[in-house]
Write a protein that binds this ligand. Structure first.
Ligand SMILES: [Zn+2]
Length: 64
């Protein structure tokens, strides 16, 4: 299974994208990127075991 993810600039953690503005751990990812069409290219679909934000993973697991 793959997830849409973004990488935060501060700590380079890989987060799961929850919706158009936020990650699972509650970060508004548009704050650390530029809001335009190239934004969409920042979202990468990767496997669950490559996600490095523990909070995002925990939120996802809690939803199951
Ligand atoms: Zn996160």
């Amino acid at each position: 299974m793959t997830f849409p993810t973004v990488v935060s600039k501060q700590d380079h953690l890989i987060h799961i994208v929850k919706n158009q503005r936020k990650t699972e751990c509650g970060i508004t990812y548009h704050h650390f990127t530029i809001v335009n069409r190239s934004d969409l290219k920042r979202i990468k679909f990767i496997r669950e075991d490559s996600i490095t934000c523990a909070t995002c993973l925990q939120h996802y697991l809690n939803q199951k």
